[in-house]
Design a protein around this ligand. Structure first.
Ligand code: TQI
Ligand code: CA
Ligand code: ZN
Ligand code: ZN
Length: 171
């Protein structure tokens, strides 16, 4: 079953139209940014929340950036594999990804198996981390987006009933 962070933090009622921005220093391509917008759309579909991309990194609600090693929050990244990304509970909005992963962008279709086993599917990790950004902890339901399992070499992007029930409890 779904879980929450201690105290069930969530974005308050007057902050349900959320903005997100990318760290300009990463100079991400449109292709990469689009992956995040697809991931946000999956959560927007099942909640009263909206997610709008803005250009101003300092004035947004959610801050997305790729970093390597120690990057200022006491939770250093560790190079390829192990920790891939982390996101903080509401209403913090920090979403960091390990720059040293072998990130890939997979498309629709296929059987969900990525031919490069050490590759990490960016959209799958984004959908999971956005769950954390919205206040979800890990789930005990195998196959759910919030179930903590190995994330390399696989594409998993569809919210399950458990994920939807969890987020709908909060919003
Ligand atoms: N990052 C962990 C995660 O997002 C960070 C973390 C560990 C965490 N414990 C937590 C975040 C408790 C919130 C609450 O789960 S990770 C997975 C999963 C990671 C892990 O890079 O290890 C996914 C990233 F769930 F499969 F283990 C994405 Cl999907
Ligand atoms: Ca890592
Ligand atoms: Zn960080
Ligand atoms: Zn997690």
């Amino acid at each position: 079953r779904y879980s929450f962070f201690p105290g069930e933090p969530r974005w308050p009622r007057h902050r349900r139209d959320l903005t997100y921005a990318f760290n300009p220093r990463n100079m991400l391509t449109e292709e990469v940014k689009t992956v995040f917008s697809r991931a946000f759309a999956r959560w927007a579909e099942v909640t009263p929340l909206t997610f709008t991309r803005v250009e101003s990194f300092s004035n947004s609600d959610i801050f997305i950036g790729f970093y390597s090693g120690e990057h200022g929050d006491g939770e250093p990244f560790d190079g390829p594999m192990r920790t891939l990304a982390h996101a903080f509970s509401p209403p913090t909005g920090h979403f960091h990804l390990d720059r040293e992963e072998n990130w890939i962008i997979s498309g629709e279709g296929g059987d969900g198996v990525i031919s490069v086993p050490e590759a990490v599917d960016l959209e799958s990790v984004a959908v999971h981390e956005i769950g954390h950004l919205l206040g979800l902890g890990h789930s005990s339901v195998e196959g759910s987006i919030m179930y903590p399992t190995i994330m390399t070499g696989k594409r998993k992007v569809d919210l399950t009933t458990d994920d939807v029930e969890g987020v709908q409890y909060l919003y």
